[in-house]
Design a protein around this ligand. Structure first.
Ligand code: ATP
Ligand code: MG
Length: 543
């Protein structure tokens, strides 16, 4: 009996079938014989992948050693394929590359679907990896991210669940023993290919000293928005350089354009000021990485950067085949040099465990046993009782719990609650979290959410202060969330086009601010547009 039920639970099941299994299990589970919180065999959650004997190739080595390049060559020459990366920028870069090579490739991220006629290839962010289709070849980039506290589970899902004949995993050698261990039970064959760095990366013996020593191709790395703008102003005030900026809360479209401007030799923007948002896999024309600090605030406290973080960021300098094939790394402050040198000379610590998170199906089945519990309680109790094997840890779901607490006041089904919980809302951002609450409330009340109920159509203004800029970034997050929801609940979030066009306006206005900052030049884009209002707590606030 147990085996039959386990077979039925073989996962990524359709919702309706879960429902019927759930009904039949209720009686059974209360007798204590079946434990939904047993997560010790996650490889069995993916029966389609398990029916294959996959040929897994691990491409490992330091940054800039051609790991992704070689995996993409395999992808390009396959009859069908999937690329999964950790960043929207990387997914975009790969889709562009494949399409340019005349291999039609769709782009799929949480907020974009760009379908290309005849495409048998897809480039996606890892969370969007489609596990239901067969592929001849798949690539999971930056596979060491299985160890990430928050997103690791999505990499584990891709690692275990992609049904491809050939699976290429690119990343740090520190992940090799763990991946080999995890794949022992899948029946896949595993081969490891080691790579060496293609061009030298030289840690400098001297710090930057003065900003007058900034050169074309330099990238200054710092971790707060305020510092990014201070440094941009400081460098531009010397009158020799213009700076592009890239940081996490900038809209991805803006980030891409800023990076493209910096990469473009004919553009005046020849210096980059960036956060660790540039830290993974990207190919930028950077000659020298200059750390302004080796500490960052991680949401709780200030901490030193880890060895892998320092290496990843430093690895953006001197990309093979770029204008600056020899990279250099230094710090603004001479006191930071010893830590920089020792980090660059140390191997990253071996990865011990991969992230794991229960599928919706398991949470749903568990909730059937606790019909009076809210989703927050279900999540909390499930994760508390979860049993794991030694290779895994439960991913951090603080954000999900915060959303679940808000949603439990609303008359929503568990599947809807789950969707809102996994949405890309930033609960530490007031405007973003209020946006989510509004969307969920309107959805629960009427089943349909018109964007104009949240925004009064009007003018978005060019921000003139950093506070106004931050607000605009938050508005962009709300619009982005709407688009994300519209891809999952199309009928209930019908204003995707409006949200997308408002997002574009946000991008233009943010870029306008960035262009004028520091150089005090007049705006190139004066956009006469009506103001936008965000309805908060029933009151309209002008943004
Ligand atoms: N054999 C090659 N011929 C031409 N260009 C190459 C070759 N190998 C790598 N490159 C180029 O070198 C650059 C770095 O390669 P790639 O992005 O594959 O490195 P990586 O090891 O994946 O780095 P990271 O760890 O930072 O992701 C890319 O621009 C890539 O196109
Ligand atoms: Mg790479």
């Amino acid at each position: 009996m147990n085996i039959q039920i386990k077979m039925k639970l073989h996962l990524d099941m359709k919702f309706r079938s879960v429902l019927s299994v759930c009904r039949s299990l209720r009686k059974f589970s209360s007798s204590g014989k079946f434990d939904f919180t047993d997560l010790t065999s996650p490889h069995t959650w993916y029966p389609v992948a398990r029916r294959k004997k996959r040929n897994v190739v691990l491409h490992v080595g330091p940054t800039n050693s051609g790991k992704t390049y070689h995996a993409l060559k395999q992808l390009e020459s396959s009859s069908s394929g999937l690329y999964c990366g950790p960043l929207r920028l990387l997914a975009w870069e790969v889709a562009k590359k494949l399409n340019k090579a005349k291999v039609p490739c769709d782009l799929i991220t949480g907020q974009e679907r760009e379908e290309v006629e005849g495409a048998k290839h897809k480039s996606a962010t890892v969370e969007m990896a489609d596990l239901s289709s067969d592929y001849q070849c798949a690539v999971v980039d930056e596979i060491q991210m299985v160890g990430c506290k928050t997103r690791g589970f999505s990499f584990t899902r891709a690692l275990l669940g992609i049904p491809a004949d050939e699976l290429h995993l690119c990343g740090d050698p520190a992940a090799v023993p763990l991946i080999q261990q995890i794949l022992k039970v899948t029946g896949d064959s595993v081969e490891v290919q080691y790579y060496d760095r293609l061009s030298p990366l030289v840690p400098s013996k001297v710090p930057l000293g003065s900003f007058s020593n900034i050169q074309r191709g330099d990238c200054i790395v710092t971790f707060s928005r305020r510092e990014i703008y201070r440094l941009k102003k400081e460098i531009e005030s010397q009158g020799k350089h213009l700076c592009s900026v890239v940081y996490g809360s900038l809209p991805p479209e803006t980030r891409t354009r800023q990076a493209t401007m910096f990469n473009d030799e004919s553009s005046e923007f020849d210096v980059l000021v960036a956060s660790d948002a540039i830290g993974m896999g990207l190919n930028l024309n950077i000659s020298r990485i200059i750390f302004s600090t080796l500490q960052k605030f991680d949401g709780v406290e200030m901490r030193d950067l880890t060895v892998p973080e320092i290496k990843q960021i430093a690895g953006r300098a001197g990309r093979y085949g770029s204008k600056f094939p020899r990279g250099e790394v230094t710090c603004i402050d001479g006191e930071d040099l010893p830590l920089l040198h020792s980090a660059l000379g140390s191997p990253p610590p071996i990865l011990e465990c991969a992230g794991l998170f229960p599928t919706f199906d398991l949470l749903y089945l568990y909730s059937c046993l606790h019909p009076n519990a809210g989703f927050h309680q279900i999540l909390e109790e499930f994760l508390h009782s979860a049993k794991l094997s030694a290779n895994y840890f439960i991913s951090n779901c603080e954000e999900m719990l915060k959303v679940a607490a808000v949603l439990d006041d609303l008359p929503l089904g568990i599947h809807d609650k789950y969707l809102f919980c996994i949405s890309p809302v930033d609960m530490n951002d007031d405007i973003s979290s209020q946006g989510l609450t509004q969307f969920a409330t309107n959805y629960a009340r009427k089943g349909i959410v018109w964007l104009k109920e949240i925004f009064t159509p009007g003018t978005l203004k060019v921000p003139t202060t950093q506070a106004a800029l931050k607000e605009l970034e938050s508005i962009h997050k709300v619009l982005d969330l709407y688009v994300w929801l519209s891809f999952r609940m199309e009928d209930s979030f019908p204003d995707r086009e409006v949200a997308a066009s408002q997002k574009s306006i946000c991008n233009l206005l943010i870029e306008d601010f960035l262009e004028r900052l520091g150089s005090e030049r007049p705006s190139r884009r004066m956009l006469p547009m009506p103001p936008i209002y965000l309805k908060r707590n029933g009151r309209e606030c002008r943004i």
